[in-house]
Design a protein around this ligand. Structure first.
Ligand SMILES: *[C@@H]1O[C@H](CO)[C@@H](O)[C@H](O)[C@H]1NC(C)=O
Ligand SMILES: *[C@@H]1O[C@H](CO)[C@@H](O)[C@H](O)[C@H]1NC(C)=O
Length: 337
């Protein structure tokens, strides 16, 4: 009887979104995203006052000092680990060992020749992506930022481009399976492992209740008026309204001048002056294109100059052999049952 009561209490707690959230994880928390190169693991962290850091999962796994360096510079830092969830990339640590001959991936992405679509309808594929969340948990990430959670859009727009004829409902089920798994894990700081919604505004109504924050790109729609419809508004009620942080990236073209320049006035107004930086969003202005996307160059909506987070492109590191194997965990996927 007591067992069943505990199960019920556990279910109620997770259903109500009462996850144990890291201190300071709140609307408008200053953030930085740098997923292009390994981060520099010595010297002062730039910016020194960003509480939330979104870094590449495999880069951090290959360079174990990355996370401890951030923590040593920013006490209480909240680390989100980025990985591709809807596609696999040749460079992913688990590509050769688990994906390449799995029968779970298909054609290459029309724009990114080293990325292949995943058949997210398959339970085995879901489990392999859950393993990436386990890896994030093991190396000390507080949250995950799974990218490309709306691959069904390619099948809608480009007639079965993934070859899996994915439906919206397949992706909703996939995201829920990832969220349930993440929430069953405890972080090194004793909080619940958090998971965000990356873009995919069209999934919001079905997934926002099980996700903890959002990471958006171009939600102001400013840079691609023909192909991108502004979607900042979609995240207002379900995220900001629920006290869930929205970390937004805008790509104003003028930041690209000379590699990393202070953005021009029009670009600044068009991004920082738009909804993208209002109502609880936390916005960074970043470079897009030319192989430098989401590198260390950033400007904030504080009117100040651009700044550059230090990276060490040569510190490639080795994939962690162990970390990719399944481990039995106390708070595993079915830990509560
Ligand atoms: C999608 O493409 C695959 C591979 O070409 C094919 O086997 C499948 O029948 C297609 N599905 C639809 C609905 O077109
Ligand atoms: C954002 O804008 C950039 C620059 O125009 C474009 O390359 C990119 O594809 C856009 N991203 C999204 C997610 O719309």
């Amino acid at each position: 009887m007591i067992f069943f009561l505990l199960v019920l209490i556990g279910l109620a707690a997770s259903g109500l979104g009462l996850e144990a959230v890291p201190k300071g994880f709140a609307l408008g928390a200053k953030w930085q995203i740098q997923i292009q190169s390994p981060m520099k693991t010595s010297g002062d962290l730039i910016p020194s006052d960003a509480l939330v850091w979104d870094i590449d999962l495999y880069s951090a796994a290959k360079n174990p000092d990355t996370i401890s360096h951030i923590h040593s510079q920013v006490p209480g830092a909240i680390i989100m680990c980025y990985f591709n969830a809807g596609l696999v990339q040749n460079s992913d640590c688990d590509f050769d060992s688990v994906w390449s001959n799995s029968g779970l991936i298909s054609t290459v992405h029309p724009d990114f020749p080293d990325e292949r679509f995943i058949d997210v309808r398959k339970q085995k594929a879901v489990e392999l992506i859950q393993k990436r969340i386990s890896l994030a948990n093991e190396i000390g990430c507080d949250a995950v930022d799974p990218d490309n959670i709306d691959t069904y859009v390619y099948d809608e727009d480009e007639d079965n481009a993934t070859t899996f004829n994915l439906q919206r409902s397949d992706l909703v089920r996939f995201v829920k399976a990832l969220a349930g798994f993440a929430h069953g894990l405890k972080t090194a700081q004793g909080n619940t492992m958090l998971i965000g919604q990356k873009n995919a505004p069209e999934l919001t109504s079905d997934v926002s209740s099980v996700l903890d924050f959002a990471v958006l790109e171009n939600c102001s729609g400013r840079n691609e008026p023909d192909t991108t419809t502004p979607f900042c508004n979609t995240f207002q009620a379900p995220y900001v309204g629920a006290g869930k942080p929205v970390s937004n990236i805008e790509y104003p073209p003028s930041i690209k001048t000379n590699g990393c320049s202070k953005v021009g006035d029009d670009d600044y107004k068009g991004t920082c002056g738009s909804l993208a930086d209002k109502g609880g969003f936390s916005t960074v202005l970043k470079i897009k294109g030319g192989g430098s996307e989401l590198d260390g160059c950033t400007q904030y909506c504080d009117g100040k100059r651009n700044l550059i987070t230090g990276t060490s492109p040569d510190a490639a590191g080795q994939c962690p052999a162990d970390a990719l194997k399944f481990k039995r965990r106390v708070f595993g996927r079915r830990g509560r049952f």
